[in-house]
Ligand binder design. Structure first.
Ligand code: AMP
Length: 523
């Protein structure tokens, strides 16, 4: 039987997935990379460069490299590469062909059929061009499906009840929010809104400008408009952004960025998640208005939604997750990596259409929240011993997360880090997992020292906790072996989240009613 795959043909990145043993999985390249940058180039020697190779060439030879071709789909825009001109579907076909080869190599058999995803807002002409791209690449295109539908399928496959799902998709270059209704095998997009010029690339540019500003403040020298220097800054900005999704602080070091009067000037700066959030918040507020418009178009309110799903690499940013949850009054379901779930959903659809049997998707999750005891600034004033969650329950493992805390007393020379597992707002009501001290801190007024607490939870259930004082770098850590994990399907996840939510509400009412999340300081 011919093998069918699902393909997420994205503006920035593309992904291919297949079904094996009833489970969808993303097919990596020979280096283990799941994501193929949607970039095509022609080397100086006429060699075709697809994906990462294309990206590497882009800074040096943009005239021989094509990015974001998806924006041109459905038009007759011609792109010159070498001595030939290409239509958008031909460039897309090169990306699809590369994914086809990847899949055939990994599966050891010919792959002839595909389901390809497109944004819900794509017109007929854009869908037709996508189908043609698939055919040029040598696929029989079983179906062109909407990206939010594919994402929803990953979570809702074969659920008999009608579910209304909001899919918030923030990628590298585009943003969409869609409301999808699913009943059994039938999915319908009720409303879709977006901005096809908003995404991670804009965040990188904001941060790039900030880095230029920091450089100027330090050296009183403007960063030149030179393309290579700017490209270096943009790459550094993206790395900072990605690091700050996991860490509360990060350092950027770009040595020899500019030379002036034979003197090399370096960019060296420390950035906090807080600074990044201040830069990104205005852009993200726009996505919340799009949510409201989509809800209004679907004649729905936030409370009518059964699920919220986050899709796209930029939804790994903690601020995106918290703004969406606060705005909708419900936490988005996590479980499947946001940049892979569209391809996985496409693979499920491809499997269904080609007659494969598919099981519910299982993921490894942390069944209880993990965090530390801290002083919280609550409506009743500062309260010690509150549970400050660092990794929320049901997060998919492996996962790394950090939070920043500050000292509470003047001349505090040590901090005790007490680690707990559970859902109670009072730390000691949860299960203690261990504690350690970070000592010999420099003597400073209360609040002056910033301490980053980093949790790293791996596949084998080992939790590594590290506390680092930001200014002087004092560090201590503890390894907790065999912290609990469990395997859940997305349906189980939803149920267990709902169960715990209701328990938690009761506990909060009976207990203190405090919000442990505000302005946390360490004790
Ligand atoms: P996508 O188009 O869905 O592949 O998303 C690509 C975008 O996600 C790029 O702008 C990446 O910089 C961004 N991205 C990927 N991982 C992260 C991360 N951990 N934190 C923040 N942004 C990320």
């Amino acid at each position: 039987m011919a093998k069918a795959v699902g393909i997420d043909l994205g503006t920035t990145n593309s992904v291919v997935a297949a079904i094996s043993d009833g489970q969808p999985w993303v097919i990596p390249d020979e280096n283990g990379e799941a994501i193929l940058p949607s970039c095509v180039g022609l080397g100086a020697d006429g060699k075709l460069l697809v994906g990462q190779e294309g990206i590497r060439q882009y800074a040096a030879a943009p005239e021989r490299t094509v990015k974001s071709i998806k924006r041109q789909m459905g038009t007759n825009h011609k792109t010159s590469l070498g001595d030939r001109e290409y239509l958008p579907q031909e460039i897309s076909a090169i990306i699809l062909r590369s994914l086809k080869q990847r899949a055939e190599k990994a599966l050891g058999e010919e792959v002839t059929q595909a389901v390809i995803t497109v944004p819900a807002l794509f017109t007929d002409a854009q869908r037709q061009a996508t189908k043609e791209a698939g055919e040029i690449a040598g696929f029989e295109v079983l179906q062109v499906i909407n990206e939010p539908t594919a994402a929803a399928l990953t979570y809702d496959f074969r659920n008999e009840e009608t579910e209304r799902v909001l899919v918030y998709d923030l990628g590298g270059g585009t943003f969409d929010v869609s409301i999808v209704e699913i009943t059994g095998d039938v999915t319908e997009v009720l409303a879709s809104h977006g901005n096809n010029r908003l995404g991670g690339d804009d965040f990188d540019r904001r941060l790039q400008l900030h880095l230029i500003e920091l450089f100027y403040q330090k050296h009183q020298v403007a960063v030149p408009e030179d393309a290579a220097i700017q490209a270096r800054l943009l790459r550094a900005a993206e790395q900072v952004k990605i690091d700050l999704s996991q860490h509360a602080f990060t350092a950027v070091r770009e040595p020899f960025l500019v030379s002036q009067k034979k003197k090399a000037l370096h960019l060296e700066a420390d950035l906090s998640r807080e600074t990044l959030e201040t830069l990104l918040k205005p852009l993200l507020m726009e996505t919340l208005s799009a949510i409201d418009r989509a809800l209004a178009d679907a004649s729905m309110q936030a409370k009518d939604l059964d699920r919220v799903i986050l899709v796209g690499g930029s939804t790994r940013i903690p601020l995106v997750q918290s703004l969406v949850s606060e705005h909708l009054g419900q936490a988005p379901v996590a479980g499947i990596e946001p940049d892979l779930c569209v391809a996985l959903g496409a693979a499920i659809q491809a499997g269904v259409l080609s007659g494969e049997s598919i099981d519910a998707i299982l993921v490894d999750v942390i069944p209880h929240s993990l965090g530390i005891s801290a002083v919280s600034d609550t409506v009743y004033g500062l309260r010690p011993g509150m549970f400050s969650v660092i990794i929320p329950r049901n997060s998919v493992i492996p996962i790394s997360r950090s939070e920043a805390y500050s000292t509470t007393f003047d001349d505090q020379d040590m901090v005790e880090v007490n680690i707990y597992q559970g859902e109670n707002a009072i730390a000691k009501e949860n299960v203690p997992l261990g504690s350690f001290l970070i000592e010999n801190l420099p003597l400073r007024p209360a609040g002056d020292l910033k301490i980053e607490v980093h949790f790293d939870f791996d596949h084998s259930g080992i939790l590594a906790v590290t506390a680092t004082e930001q200014g002087h770098g004092q560090q201590s850590s503890l390894i907790v072996e065999n912290a609990a994990t469990s395997r859940l399907s997305s349906q189980d996840l939803k149920q267990s989240r709902a169960d715990i939510d209701s328990l938690f509400e009761v506990e909060l009412d009976e207990d203190t009613g405090l919000d442990a999340e505000e302005d946390i300081e360490d004790d």
